[in-house]
Design a protein around this ligand. Structure first.
Ligand code: SF4
Ligand code: SF4
Length: 128
């Protein structure tokens, strides 16, 4: 009897889910939809790579590249918290639907000829 009551109730009430991606929910405060990297600001320190619980970030200091697998990312926001220059952020928007596994690949600008002392230290650490 309890079950029948629930079935009837579920049949008559509004659906609890949405027809995503045609219908999306309005992002709420603190919504972590998309991971973004302002590559011009990134110093390729690898802190995000080392702290990522999913190990989905790959940073190459020499090549000045930053890569992320959005399908392995769990959108925990740890990388955003540890980034020393705040180049990482979470955009409150939905990632486009896709049928293919595409990596987020970003190429940083060429290194300035005269690097700052702080950057030199980072590089030295990286080479060790
Ligand atoms: S922690 Fe920030 S600055 Fe360091 S490699 Fe990651 S995105 Fe770049
Ligand atoms: S949000 Fe979390 S899982 Fe995704 S890349 Fe950052 S640290 Fe890794």
């Amino acid at each position: 009897m309890f079950m029948t009551k629930n079935v009837i109730k579920n049949l008559l009430c509004k659906s609890a889910t949405r027809m995503y991606p045609a219908v999306t929910r309005e992002p709420f405060a603190g919504f972590r939809g998309m991971l973004e990297n302002a590559i011009d600001v990134c110093i390729f320190c690898k802190k995000c790579q080392l702290s990522c619980p999913s190990q989905c970030i790959k940073v190459d200091l020499k090549a000045r590249t930053w890569e992320c697998d959005p399908f392995a990312c769990v959108y925990c926001g740890v990388c955003v918290d540890v980034c020393p220059v705040a180049s990482l952020s979470m955009r409150a928007t939905y990632r486009p639907v896709t049928a293919e596994r595409e990596m987020i690949f970003m190429q940083g600008p060429p290194k300035a000829v005269k690097a700052k002392a702080g950057e030199k230290k980072e590089e030295k650490k990286e080479e060790e």
